[in-house]
Design a binder for this molecule. Sequence first.
Ligand code: GLC
Length: 744
Amino acid sequence: MKKLCIIAFSVLASAVAISASDTMPVYLDPSKSIDERVEDALARLNTQEKIDIIHAQSKFCSKGVARLGIPELWTTDGPHGIRPEVLWDEWEQAGWTNDSCVAFPALTCLAATWDPELSLLYGKSLGEEARFRGKDVVLGPGVNIYRTPLNGRNFEYMGEDPYLASRMVVPYVKGLQSLGVAACVKHFALNNNELNRHTTNVIVDDRALYEIYLPAFKAAVQQGDAWSIMAGYNLYDSQHLCHNARILNDILKKEWNYKGAVVSDWGGAHDTMEAITNGLDLEFGSWTNGLYAGASNAYDNYYLALPYLDLIKQGKVGTDELDDKARRVLRLIMLTAMDNCKGNGSMCSKEHYDAARRIGHDGIVLLRNENYLLPIAKPSARILVVGENAIKMMTVGGGSSSLKVQREVSPLDGIRSAASSLGMSVDYARGYVGDITGEYNGVVTGQDLTDSRSAAELIAEAKTKAAQADYVIFVGGLNKSAGQDCEDSDRASLSLPYDQDNVIMALAEANSNLIVVNVSGNAVAMPWVKKAPAILQAWFLGSEAGNSIADVIFGHVNPSGKLPFSFPVKLTDNAAHHLNAYPGTKRADSEIVDLEYKEGILVGYRWHDTKKIKPLFAFGHGLSYTDFEFGKLSADNSVMTADGTITFTIPVTNTGKMAGAEVVQLYISDPKCSVMRPAKELKAFDKVWLEPGETKNVTLSIDRDALSYFDADKHEWVAEPGDFIASVGSASDNIKSTLKFKLK
Ligand code: GLC
């Protein structure tokens, strides 16, 4: 399609050119390479025009060059749906009536699918909605590593493991960009909590930086070819990430040879000279502090606007950096706004709803299922649904990823419609009242969740109804309000809010057929875990939430999700909190909060396995309605040569009665190494679908990169010759077979 477009366009263009006497200018000619077009355009720009295109002109767009027919650039949130239109210089709604979207599951759910194919589908679907809305850059995906369960934005990211996040972010970027819509991978880097997000100065050793916090960004730009990247609000080396010499110049642009554009987070730039020299290319949302204060339409006062132009006019700075910034921004515009062959996209299509529902299906994690309580199949079963999260809209709120959806099927509605078609009855009890608000930036849920009854009355009602039901489904967890799963705030504890633990314990007393559905983007404490025979981790699933959940509960879909992050039993079982390495210490003489990542590389299961602290549920854990049997692990070689690979094979059989999928995970250990290494590290995985009785030989290949650690002193990756162990299983705490091999 794209090729055809280009031919058609250049035929038309050359026709125009002939009639227009001279040939088409290179910068407009889609048959020329992007680099040729960029250089040609750059040569035509004057200094003012170069300054114009490297900073915002409104909340979400930056200037083009009208004189040359170079269009302005439109950005939009968010990673799991296209944000409703806001006013030119406000966060408030523009009041459009045709900008309701499909909300796709939040990215923790996508990561939990462990299925790169779904990630490609996700990126394409989102790209179509962005294209339809005329957007050139989607401000996402986010791939900050899950370091603390309290981080308010973990729901937007892809978990605790750099390899899983790397594998899952690349197809999303490729899918999105196949529509001519740029990804803007965020928040680069080390933005791992929201508390003090503008002032936290992260202190982390190079080994953890390179092994844990950079890989997903590196994969997104090198394998995914992300056309832009968003620098975070926080600081590193006491320098803001939006103009951080080490992260942006030394690592991103030199070591990784990045040719794309670095976009500031909104209000993330703080200094003109640093912004000039330290790698910022496109500034959004500063001076007016980009968020909620300052003069309106103050875009000429941005650090890369008049202040920069003045320095040039005064001869205090040259224009080399300006040319580099303008080059990168021109490239971004040409790849997106000037690509005339990317189609018109589509919005709220059946395909997008189907994609949202399917990603929900494959991302929901079955944490527990004692005696196969699930799926519910009892004819004419009487079901009681309890909990505010069964009815509360979750697509509004949470910060910049908040959406205005065309529809959102609630868990209660999804369960009701599925049950009724199965001849089952469904009743509802509120159980508790949490947060009855429902508005963000002028988008309102329209729900009235008020309930004046006391907690005791609510629990009494739920208990009474539970005693008369065959099954009780408690739908609780977190929500998108401040202090929950929400930008610009962190949770204060690992516990469920609103006294939900009491409600769950009361329900367990009244009915042993209790199913708990935890709607959250974060781990939560589960003191009642043994009282709930079935537990589903259900994420923020977007427009099709209720249908995805019901499809799993009633067995229309066999759950196959695996946790992208560990659930600690208690907060201090998590590395950062065990070492009191959160939220950091405020400096006496400034606003800056120094936060040292004392755990180094031991993040998540790396910590739990190495320190032998058993998690409540482990990274990679997820059950199925069927059973899988793993055979013996074998390898095509017992020795890996320096530039060679090793391919492992393990037979997996579906020994149950239901078709299902298993994620076969390969972890590598380096038992004798000159440096401390985690007990094991994820280095390959494959998701396989098996019919009942079917066996597949799953193969997983690795090369020496998978055996390497980052030697900070040598500043290079090192794989020490000697013995290694390959461990293959269905979870990080469920290894089925191991095999020793050597690196020569
Ligand atoms: C916000 C977020 C960022 C978002 C941007 C625009 O503060 O940090 O993720 O894309 O501003 O809304």
